[in-house]
Design a protein around this ligand. Structure first.
Ligand SMILES: Nc1nc2c(c(=O)[nH]1)N[C@H]1C(S)=C(S)[C@@H](COP(=O)(O)O)O[C@H]1N2
Ligand SMILES: [Mo]
Length: 258
């Protein structure tokens, strides 16, 4: 009998085809509440990472459309400076690529179209900023765990670092660049997503376009906006001033649990 390639694969657009190739057998995953469990049992994850995924999946509270805040404050950087970012906005991020590297088996460079073709999760959550305000918003994006699984963490990976496009403080040594980091428990948590949409629209520049982290069980400053590069590391010491994030380097807690 003749074995034909899957019809579906042939009908997919190029970005979707790339995503299918990227995720291998995982392209059937649509129900994202269970994505990280599936990932945990999949090949390519270390024992430590599997334990991390399964040990802590308590969900942050989710809300409904009627709870959405009429105004969601934009905080911190609201438009990264510089020509490079301005050009990305002008070309609607067509040439933007998310780099995934560090302690991974297969470094990736993903376009926005590729990220959007991966299984998505939508969640309505409350954002709490240490400055004393909160807002409820709806976020849509790719579970971070899916991207990490596609890249394949090596056995010594312990943290995931998010490098952002904005320099929040002008410094000579570059330590004013915004960055953040989380551990593997939060990285593979089902509500931890790389969001490209907010309240049903393209993610606005003020809120981190084209891609921002949502890590729902932690405070606002952990939710890195303008994510350009995701780096898996075994230690946070060599990055920035060594405390795991822009605000952490200036005295805030690294684990900012709500
Ligand atoms: N790259 C980057 N990410 C960032 C910030 C920032 O200044 N730059 N500010 C943080 C803080 S303190 C908060 S409260 C939220 C604000 O997100 P919002 O602008 O969508 O409200 O983004 C966080 N992520
Ligand atoms: Mo914040």
């Amino acid at each position: 009998m003749l074995i034909r390639p899957s019809r579906r694969r042939l009908l997919l657009g190029s970005a979707a085809t790339a995503a299918t190739a990227l995720l291998g057998g995982c392209d059937a995953l649509v129900d994202n509440d269970h994505v990280s469990r599936v990932i945990a049992s999949a090949e390519g994850l270390t024992k430590a990472a599997q334990r991390a995924v399964l040990s802590d999946t308590k969900l942050a509270r989710e809300f409904t459309q009627t709870d959405l805040s009429p105004v969601f404050k934009a905080n911190g950087t609201q438009q990264p400076e510089g020509e490079a970012y301005a050009e990305l906005v002008e070309t609607r991020f067509a040439n933007w690529r998310l780099r995934v590297d560090g302690k991974v088996v297969k470094p990736l460079e993903l376009s926005l179209a590729e990220l959007k073709s991966l299984p998505a999760r939508t969640q309505i959550t409350r954002h709490d900023c240490v400055e004393g305000w909160s807002a409820i918003g709806q976020w849509t994006g790719v579970p971070l765990g899916l991207v990490l699984k596609a890249a394949g963490l090596t056995s010594d990976a312990r943290f995931v670092v998010f490098h952002c496009a904005d320099e929040y403080e002008k410094t000579l040594d570059g330590s004013g660049q915004y960055y953040e980091s989380i551990d593997l428990v939060d990285a593979f948590h089902p509500q931890t997503i790389l969001a490209y949409a907010m309240n049903g629209q393209e993610l606005p520049v003020a809120h981190g376009a084209p891609l921002r982290l949502r890590v729902e069980r932690q405070l606002g400053y952990k939710h890195a906006k303008y994510v350009m590069r995701i780096e898996a590391v075994d230690s946070l010491a060599p990055i920035g001033r060594g405390k795991g994030g822009f605000w952490e380097d200036r005295g805030y807690e690294w684990y900012a649990g709500i």
